[in-house]
Design a protein around this ligand. Structure first.
Ligand code: SF4
Length: 347
């Protein structure tokens, strides 16, 4: 991790900001936060962060009028902002979604290389071919896809509204293609009974939660409610008291009467859960089966790439900007905006 000193040397603008602020007498983390706050003001920028990024970034986003949310809320918030620049702390498809919805804004990311296994395993050319072979089907893609994949979809959805949207399409006799998350697809299919052709990809984090170990943990904590993100496998979902998107799980933690929760999603969500329900006890769902040595890998490696250092660097580097060609952006806007309009009618 770079020191504040090396950041100052690397980026003279930062020195300028520090010189104007003789009050920099905090420890290094707080100094970095002060630098970020000044840079946000200088560049008319807001941070939009996902629940799975480091809690320092979530904290600074909230302290500076930015936002911490799931991908649907991140997209909505970004589109409503008057700031000319958005710093999207998350993974690449989130930055692209922000650009799709706000093409006039400058979208920068702390780490442009932060990917998502769902996005990576749904390449545009292959998916286009798959759609071509199933032309009678409406194409519904999860938000965790590239802008090019969104551009050939009829609908984009996030986990918070996926069941409702598929229910709606199914009630209108639509047959569907679902991509890319097979676990979420199978879960939606089991709830809605819709006719869905499901792409074969999964989230490397949620794939790791193990049902046998989860049962054992539940036996040891009988009073705990189990909260599960639907990107997990069906046998883990079957053990859940609540299945939902990150926002829905945070709400459940606050609203359910249980004092204790076993949580099967990225463990950085604990920051928000603790803030909204400080009296609750949170336990990570086990990610290892019998005999495995790793008991706690519930954190996305790409989300983990975001930190205060690369957030500062992002202001100064031309490499951290998201660009999408106009044709792709316009097509992807249609399918993504349909999700936002559909979600409005649910509230
Ligand atoms: S947690 Fe899974 S779905 Fe979310 S960004 Fe990481 S790999 Fe993708």
């Amino acid at each position: 991790m770079s020191s504040v000193k090396s950041l100052q040397t690397e980026f003279p603008e930062t020195i300028e900001i520090i010189n104007k602020n003789p009050s920099y007498t905090y420890n290094e983390k707080n100094e970095k936060k002060k630098i970020i706050k000044d840079l946000l003001k200088k560049y008319d920028a807001k941070i939009v962060a996902h629940y799975y990024v480091d809690e320092d970034i979530q904290e600074i986003a909230e302290e500076t009028g930015g936002f911490v949310a799931d991908s649907l809320e991140m997209a909505r918030f970004g589109a409503k902002q008057s700031s000319s620049t958005l710093i999207v702390a998350g993974v690449r498809f989130m930055g692209e979604t922000a650009k799709i919805l706000s093409p006039e804004k400058k979208i920068i990311m702390p780490v442009i290389e932060a990917e998502c296994s769902l996005d990576l395993n749904c390449p545009y050319e292959d998916f286009k071919e798959f759609c071509k072979n199933n032309e009678d089907r409406e194409v519904v893609v999860y938000a965790n896809t590239s802008a090019k994949v969104k551009a050939i979809a009829d609908w984009v959805v996030t986990s918070s509204i996926a069941v409702k949207l598929v229910e709606h399409l199914h009630s209108n006799n639509k047959k569907l293609i679902w991509a890319p998350d097979k676990h979420l697809g199978r879960y939606i299919q089991s709830v809605t009974k819709a006719d869905m052709k499901i792409w074969n990809a999964s989230c490397i984090v949620h794939d790791e939660f193990k049902s046998e170990a989860l049962k054992k943990l539940k036996n040891e904590n009988k009073d705990a409610a189990i909260l599960v993100h639907p990107e997990s496998t069906l046998d883990v979902i079957a053990l859940a008291d609540v299945v939902g998107s990150t926002s829905q799980l945070i709400r459940a933690c606050k609203e359910l009467p249980n004092k204790k929760f076993i949580v099967a999603t990225d463990n950085r969500i604990f920051y928000k859960m603790r803030k909204s329900a400080p009296e609750k006890i949170l336990i990570e769902a086990p990610t290892a089966g019998k005999g495995a040595t790793c008991k706690s890998c519930a954190h996305c490696p790409w989300m983990a790439m975001n930190n205060l250092d690369n957030l500062i660097n992002a202001f100064h580097s031309n490499k951290n900007q998201i660009y999408i060609d106009k044709n792709t952006q316009e097509k992807a806007f249609k399918s993504t905006n349909k999700m936002i309009e559909f979600a409005k009618n649910l509230v």
